[in-house]
Design a protein around this ligand. Structure first.
Ligand code: GLU
Length: 368
């Protein structure tokens, strides 16, 4: 259960795991963490890391105190610290032979479907190239109104978009307790949470005021997003050496179980909200391919209706005008007009630039 069967895993690490209270970088911890990632990769798992620490690293470099920073100053500090953060990852992970890349996201990148779809493609391509994306919020650009502000919720959106099976929030506590364990000796670690009810919310809110960290509330928000994305989520102690190994071996953490399956979540995401912007009529061969779980290729498209852009939600109809699928188009309607009926190999020549070979990728399509 849990991590063993997860194919895509998102791991979020907080600033306090990278830099201790004396502003010392926890190099040993990070190099052991890199070994955890290497082990996961050897098991053929795809890993995405969401790491905080840009502001903390910037403050360290400039010898500033994080608490006294105003927003505009902290944006500059994050810009300085982000490169320090990535240098740290790069020099540490190379020793474990783990390739890394950097992605900085803003709120709109995860909330707007088209941009989210682009982000997903980038994750997939990085997986294929055998790189581990390391994500942070683009703190230097995001202003307070359009900011996540915390990487817990950002990580849960990343988990949702990437189709992750598990999200692990590495924190400085073992998980969610019935009461504050620092005060109450008989506080119990909640190991599995199926439902985030009022009782759980109350514990989480309490833990904020008692620790003064503001930590649990955003983690519970993240868990809610995961529950509806078909992704299981853990809050686990990241201060330990080899935290992922510890989770696998000891499982001394809190797991939130998803409410729906991952596939259902993705289907819901594709079908939901906005109305389709256009339609494609496809031939019988393409229809057969779709029912075998294949992607929709340009060759099988007969007609295009409507004006839509890349990433837009469109309907797929057969020759008899019956709707057989819905999905997110990888091309605009203008582009499809140029490439329909043609073999995927010809797309580059027809459009004059390199593009995807599928008009609707199978992961972005729901059969009706
Ligand atoms: N994005 C912020 C940073 O890298 C951290 C946000 C958080 O602590 O969750 O400094």
């Amino acid at each position: 259960m849990y991590l063993k069967d997860s194919k895509i895993i998102v791991i979020k690490i907080g600033s306090s795991l990278l830099i201790d209270d004396n502003k010392k970088v926890r190099k040993k911890w990070l190099s052991e963490f890199a070994k955890d990632i290497k082990t996961l990769k050897k098991q053929n798992k795809k890993v995405i890391i969401v790491s905080s620490g840009a502001i903390a690293m910037g403050c360290k470099k400039l010898n500033l105190n994080k608490k006294n920073l105003k927003l505009d100053k902290s944006q500059a500090v994050a810009s300085i610290g982000q490169i320090e953060l990535m240098n740290l990852f790069s020099e540490t992970f190379v020793k474990s032979k783990v390739n890394i890349s950097q992605i900085l996201l803003t709120l709109e990148d995860t909330e707007q479907r088209r941009r989210a779809l682009n982000a997903k493609r980038t994750f997939d391509n990085l997986f294929q190239l055998d790189f581990v994306p390391i994500i942070n919020e683009n703190d230097s650009i995001a202003t307070s109104e359009i900011k996540y502000g915390d990487n817990d919720r950002l990580a849960s959106r990343v988990a949702q978009i990437s189709g992750a099976d598990s999200l692990i929030l590495l924190s400085d506590v073992d998980g969610l307790y019935t009461q504050n364990p620092k005060i109450y000796k008989n506080a119990k670690l909640l190991k599995v949470i199926k439902n985030i009810d009022k009782e759980i919310e109350k514990i989480a809110t309490k833990s904020i005021s008692q620790h003064g960290t503001g930590g649990m509330k955003t983690k519970i928000d993240a868990a809610k997003i995961c529950q509806l994305s078909g992704c299981q989520m853990a809050i686990a102690n990241g201060l330990l050496i080899r935290p992922i190994k510890k989770i696998i071996e000891e499982n001394n953490c809190t797991w939130f179980l998803p409410k729906i399956s991952k596939l259902d979540a993705r289907k819901k995401w594709i079908i939901s909200s906005i109305s389709p912007k256009g339609k494609l009529i496809i031939d019988d061969g393409a229809k057969q391919a779709l029912s075998n779980g294949k992607s929709l290729l340009a060759a099988g498209i007969k007609k295009v209706f409507g004006k839509f852009g890349k990433g837009d939600h469109i309907k797929v109809l057969d020759k008899q005008n019956y709707e057989c699928a819905r999905g997110l188009s990888s091309f605009s309607s203008d582009e499809i007009l140029k490439i329909m009926g043609h073999h995927s190999k010809e797309i580059e020549k027809l459009l004059g630039y390199v593009a995807k070979s599928e008009v609707i990728h199978k992961d972005d399509m729901v059969e009706i």
